[in-house]
Design a protein around this ligand. Sequence first.
Ligand SMILES: C[S@@+](CC[C@H](N)C(=O)[O-])C[C@H]1O[C@@H](n2cnc3c(N)ncnc32)[C@H](O)[C@@H]1O
Length: 299
Amino acid sequence: MKIKKTIKPAHDKMTSRSPMYIYATEMVSDYYSCLNLEGKRVLSICGSGDQIINAFYFGAREVVAFDINYNSFFILDLKLTAINKLNYLEFINFFGSNLIDGSLEFGLYNKLKVFLSVKTRNFFDKLYKEFDYKGKKLIKSDYFRQRSMFDVLASDINYYLKNEKEYLKCREIVQNRKIQFLQLDVNDILTCKKLKGGFDIINLSNVLNYLTGKTEEENVLNVLVDVSRKINKKVNKDGVFFYYSYSPSIYKSQRLIPPASRFEIIKSINEINNFKFINKRFRRIGSESFDRINILRSK
Ligand SMILES: C[S@@+](CC[C@H](N)C(=O)[O-])C[C@H]1O[C@@H](n2cnc3c(N)ncnc32)[C@H](O)[C@@H]1O
């Protein structure tokens, strides 16, 4: 297959200390609703923590979180502690009702801090100090990715935020859960000694879209074939892995759609690796466009 001339990276850098996400930018609850998570062992990108919290909410037995960015552990820890210790309205005030109106109000942080892990507490204490204990300044700072273009409610992304009842149900589910977090590049998934055993479901968020930004066009397919083969080796028999693709309409031209989200590339990955592929689409709330998850498994 000939791969068309590409590829201006559609995305910026993802590193071990890049900005944190307050909420996921994907329709996480919508896609988990379509996958049966009940009793499953799940491995997921951590990001804002929403992929992890939702996996529990939708019935996963065990969830292992991983991310190249260690800071994503801090936001996960903060969010889980908030679910346990803040009431529903306090949580919404603290993190926001959408992707841009959070407050990280210091008074609410003070309610949480003694319950955080020492590492997380030290991390956020330092950040609050740097921003004169003004949560709003902190949340608008470079420590966080600003995602104003995604016009969705936090409760559309996360059903656990739909109302107080769902929030308390989520609290019940996540309370006292031990979550393993690994700082891990998805490319090293097979060599990571701490990542034990196989998984029924692996959620890669939209990470595959970021992997080829700097890759010469003739190597793009190889990179994706190779990483998806490695990921599939961590999937249990009858399990699946999946990744997210935004609606093509968010990219200005066909050429800017990240390779991992182009159907002709996905077809080649599946042919070479002998994968079965299905996709499920979700309407992005507040828009006419559809995002999707690409679900892959061994034939
Ligand atoms: C790809 S980003 C995008 C946000 C995502 N759409 C969401 O809804 O959370 C999600 C997470 O992937 C992580 N990430 C990016 N590249 C990675 C890689 N090669 N291996 C592991 N994690 C990676 C980032 O650090 C970030 O926390």
